[in-house]
Design a binder for this molecule. Structure first.
Ligand SMILES: [Zn+2]
Ligand SMILES: [Zn+2]
Ligand SMILES: [Zn+2]
Length: 168
C-alpha cells in the first residue's frame, strides 16, 4: 500500500509514512460523510474529542488524530457489506500476511475504555482467526484502531470468509 500523500510505500504495520511522516487515514477512506459534529466523547487512544460523522446511511464517531472509529454493531455490518466485493478470490498468503501484520501495534493485553460508557472494552479476534484484533463494548459496538477497517475489507477481498467455511 502506498502513502496517499507522497506515494512512498507504507510500512507493513502502522499508518505513519516513513518518508513524509504523515498519518494515512485508511479507515476514513472507506466512508464518506456529509456532516460532522464534534462529539463530547473522547478517543480512547489519544484523549481528543471524537467527531460524529454522518452520511445518509450511517453514523459513527471518528478520531482524526489516530484514524480510529467507534461504530455500532449494525452500522458496522452495513459498512462492511457496502465495501465488500463479492468477487473475492482466495489468497492464503495474503490472509497470513494480514494475520501477521496488525495495523495497530498495541499489545493485545492493553484494554481501552469505551468512549461512551467508559467501561473497559473486551478484545476479539475478528471472525476468530483473522488476526485483526478489535475492541468491543457490548452496548456501544466496535472500536476500530487506525487502518483496521481497511484491513477487514482486505481480509474479505482475499477470501477470509471462505477460509472460515472451508477450514473451520
Ligand atoms: Zn508519505
Ligand atoms: Zn485517536
Ligand atoms: Zn460502551
Amino acid at each position: 500500500m502506498k502513502c496517499i500523500f507522497c506515494s512512498a510505500p507504507l510500512p507493513k504495520t502502522g499508518l505513519n509514512c516513513n518518508y513524509c511522516h504523515k498519518l494515512n487515514p485508511l479507515n476514513a477512506k472507506l466512508f464518506e460523510s456529509n456532516e460532522s459534529v464534534i462529539s463530547e466523547h473522547l478517543c480512547p487512544c489519544c484523549d481528543v474529542n471524537l467527531e460524529i460523522l454522518k452520511s445518509p446511511t450511517l453514523t459513527l464517531e471518528y478520531c482524526k488524530v489516530c484514524d480510529g472509529l467507534l461504530i455500532a454493531e449494525e452500522e458496522f455490518e452495513k459498512l462492511i457489506a457496502y465495501n465488500i466485493n463479492p468477487l473475492s478470490s482466495f489468497n492464503p498468503y495474503y490472509l497470513r500476511f494480514i494475520h501477521d501484520h496488525p495495523r495497530d501495534n498495541r499489545k493485545k493485553s492493553q484494554f481501552h475504555p469505551c468512549p461512551i460508557c467508559k467501561e473497559l472494552m473486551s478484545v476479539i479476534n475478528y471472525k476468530k482467526s483473522s488476526g485483526i484484533i478489535l475492541d468491543v463494548c457490548e452496548e456501544h459496538g466496535f472500536w476500530l484502531d487506525g487502518g483496521e477497517l481497511q484491513q477487514i475489507i482486505e481480509w474479505y477481498a482475499v477470501g477470509g470468509e471462505k477460509k472460515e467455511k472451508n477450514y473451520p
